[in-house]
Design a protein around this ligand. Structure first.
Ligand SMILES: [Zn+2]
Length: 413
């Protein structure tokens, strides 16, 4: 009899128990799932909309194919900025504008490197950004191969310079060579071969140029002055097309707003996309944003930057209070379906850095599975390295995170 009674009670309570268990499985605590439930439908729709085509990838391909690289001060960057403003307006974003920023204008010019002795042989080189140039005849000198700064110091005063142009030291031209050529020169030195090299570089700075941060918004329906920023940097180095660094970051953050617009999702607070100028060789765009919005930083709820490439997203880095982190972790559970629900120990970005620091604004970065340092700042940084499906997921992840933070009743703190 006892056994039978026990079975009966089990059957009676089993449904209630399973509901309770599923609530616990869905969220760290049952209460959190209640407020998140309101956003499950929107999150699913944003993810589905992002994956309905390859809009983000096509836009990134168009950007790179049309304008090429976007070095600060170049006509390409200026024209791409004009294009982005027009496109954001066509997307239906609000308050679209180009906010003027003066940027450094470094130009590479022609450059070459060759072995002149023991036998003439051309090498592949790339002058480092912001480097000074050489005289028109170039510099011819003996080769010294060093592998570390310690070895450079040990090589003596004859090879000393400053690679970072500190005040009061001579500015020397700086360039990178391929690992293949570096190995070749190392072997020649190891054999005791006396090698002479000639380098010519026309690199120089022109007067500062006019540029701009591009801004577009979905205005908040209740608290429009409270701002959630998503961003990337629109400038690039002058090799490749800057598709990974950081055209992709610009397009996926921009795409997050386009997806909200497409689905008619207008959050309580404003979501703003910023395409910063001049991250690569000056950070003028990030500093200009701080100066323009210093008084409004207290109303910046969160700032996110995507500048680690747009490979498969794994989630976000986050920097802010423990309470805010817990909330962000709950929101990220909405991204489990696309495996983008991890929240890392730190977050931020170069362009949002000045504002985040000055305003103590919670900061996030898109985290991805992939290493863009393998191709960024090289001719290989082109759109063919990027998977349209990865960009769609990255766009959706940013859209869901930004939307919920902008819409939830309580401000992220
Ligand atoms: Zn970058």
């Amino acid at each position: 009899m006892h056994i039978a009674t026990f079975s009966g009670r089990t059957r009676l309570f089993a449904p209630a128990l399973s509901v309770l268990l599923s609530l616990i499985a869905a969220s760290p605590n049952a209460q959190s799932s209640t407020w998140l439930d309101e956003y499950r439908d929107a999150a699913s729709k944003l993810i589905a909309e992002s994956q309905s085509g390859r809009f983000a990838w096509e836009r990134l391909a168009l950007l790179g194919d049309t304008f090429g690289h976007r070095l600060s001060g170049s006509d390409a960057l200026a024209n791409a900025i004009t294009w982005a403003v027009d496109e954001m307006k066509k997307d239906g974003l609000e308050n679209v504008r180009a906010e003027p920023v003066k940027v450094p204008h470094w130009v590479r010019g022609q450059e070459s490197l060759e072995i002149t002795s023991p036998h003439r042989s051309a090498l592949t080189m790339l002058g480092l950004g912001n480097s000074v140039g050489t005289s028109p005849d170039g510099i011819e000198a003996d080769l010294v191969v060093v592998r570390t700064f310690a070895e450079l110091d040990a090589a003596g005063a004859g090879v000393r310079g400053a690679l970072r142009y500190a005040d009061g030291v001579p500015q020397i031209p700086s360039a990178a060579i391929t690992t293949e050529d570096a190995d070749r020169l190392q072997r020649m030195q190891n054999r005791g071969t006396k090698v002479r090299l000639r380098v010519k570089m026309e690199a120089k700075f022109l007067p500062d140029a006019d540029s701009a941060n591009v801004v577009g918004e979905i205005r908040g329906r209740e608290r429009p002055d409270e701002i959630v920023v998503v961003s990337g940097h629109f400038d690039s180095w002058d090799v490749g097309t800057g598709s990974t660094d950081d055209g992709g970051g610009c397009v996926v953050t921009w795409e997050a707003l386009r997806l909200l617009k497409q689905l008619n999702l207008r959050p309580r607070r404003t979501v703003r996309v910023v395409l910063f100028t001049n991250e690569e060789n000056g950070l003028a765009g990030g500093r200009a944003y701080l100066e323009r919005y210093r008084a409004a930083l207290a109303d910046h709820v969160m700032m996110l930057e995507s500048d680690s490439g747009v490979y498969r997203p794994t989630g976000f880095g986050f920097a802010g209070s423990a309470t805010a982190r817990a909330t962000v972790q709950q929101i990220a559970t909405l991204l489990r379906g696309i495996q983008a629900d991890q929240i890392g120990p730190s977050g931020g970005g170069a362009d949002i850095g000045p504002s985040v620091e000055a305003g103590q604004v919670p900061a996030m970065s898109l985290e991805v599975e992939g290493n863009y340092f393998l191709i960024h700042h090289t001719p290989a940084d082109t759109v063919d390295k990027i998977d349209p499906a990865d960009m769609a997921k990255a766009s959706a992840a940013i859209a869901v995170m930004a939307y919920v933070i902008a819409d939830m009743p309580e401000r992220l703190r």
